[in-house]
Design a binder for this molecule. Structure first.
Ligand SMILES: O=C(O)CCC(=O)C(=O)O
Length: 307
């Protein structure tokens, strides 16, 4: 594991849980994500990305625009029973239910096709960042994910690294994880296993050796006879103990964007927000247009797309 970087310790961490496992870790197994100041300069950001496997860019986007987009998305989801009656959709307060899961999936599949969503993902500061970062024209993968973290939902994103799902092109990929609205630690934002970029690279190299006998098509798949799940597991506590690392969490704010490497291990925690606010976020992939592009990611996300 890399040495502990400077971090923000704005407040004590609340009790956290992921997929039913309490993150009541030994001291030193949980910490705060390190933000990157906007004026660091692109060389320093590249170096930080290389060392840490991520950069957390605070205030990259206009918070008012992000909040307005949050309102637009949640308003479109209001008919599914998701939101509490009589509340401002932009607040995203979960209603008492029930939620029509099929209708929610269908609406989400529609929203990821909106021109407004595409514009959000391609906001000028995001594109400019990647132009600088890659030193080449950036390419945005068409398959873009919009996620809802409902307060109380026990199902969280399990620990994984993204290349598992994106093996059909370059590994010089970046994921942008963008909270659409504030996403405090309590709201279950993304967490990162410190120093795990190197571990992800080792795992992938081992996988490439073990999967060498598979057909090229099978080798690309996240699930096959060598890798029975694209996930490293749901027990974040044990993973951190086994690897000797810390899970890094953050109080994300509207306007932030985290960029992580395709080898960086990440997951999410349960949304335990006392005000029942929904965590809304998007995760999208950028790369240089000059690098090989995974053709499987050139369709819009659909609930049954199998990727
Ligand atoms: O937002 C989440 O829960 C998961 C996001 C994710 O896996 C990613 O950004 O690659």
């Amino acid at each position: 594991m890399a040495g502990a970087p400077a971090e923000v310790r704005a407040r004590a961490l609340p009790p956290l849980e992921s997929n039913g496992v309490a993150l009541d870790m030994a001291p030193g197994r949980l910490g705060w994500l390190r933000p990157s100041e906007r004026d660091l300069g692109i060389d320093a950001l590249r170096e930080r990305f290389r060392q840490d496997g991520y950069v957390w860019l605070r205030g990259l986007l206009d918070p008012a625009e992000v909040r307005a987009f949050r309102g637009k998305v949640l308003e479109a989801l209001a008919g599914t029973g998701l939101l509490a009656g009589g509340t401002d959709p932009a607040e995203g307060i979960l209603g008492p239910g029930p939620v029509d899961g099929r209708a929610l999936g269908a609406r989400l599949a529609e929203i990821v096709r909106w021109a407004a969503y595409e514009a959000f993902c391609m906001a000028a500061p995001v594109v400019r960042f990647y132009e600088d970062f890659f030193g080449a024209p950036p390419f945005l993968h068409k398959r873009k994910l919009l996620r809802i973290g409902r307060p109380g939902d026990v199902h969280c994103t399990g620990a994984h690294y993204d290349l598992v799902y994106l093996r059909g092109g370059t590994d010089r990929l970046c994921t942008s994880w963008i909270p659409i609205g504030d996403a405090s630690v309590e709201m279950g934002g993304l967490c990162y296993l410190e120093g795990s970029d190197a571990f992800g690279r080792e795992l992938e190299a081992r996988y490439a050796r073990e999967a060498a006998h598979l057909t090229p098509a099978l080798r690309l798949q996240a699930v096959n006879s060598v890798m029975t799940s694209g996930w490293l597991g749901k027990d974040l506590r044990t993973l951190a103990e086994q690897m000797g690392g810390r899970w890094l969490v953050a109080d994300y704010r509207a306007g932030d964007m985290v960029v992580h490497s395709p080898f960086m291990i990440h997951a999410s925690t349960r949304n335990v927000d006392p005000d029942r606010r929904i965590r809304l976020s998007t995760d999208i992939r950028y790369q240089s247009v000059r690098d090989e592009i995974d053709p499987r990611w050139q369709n819009h996300w659909a609930p049954d797309d199998g990727l």
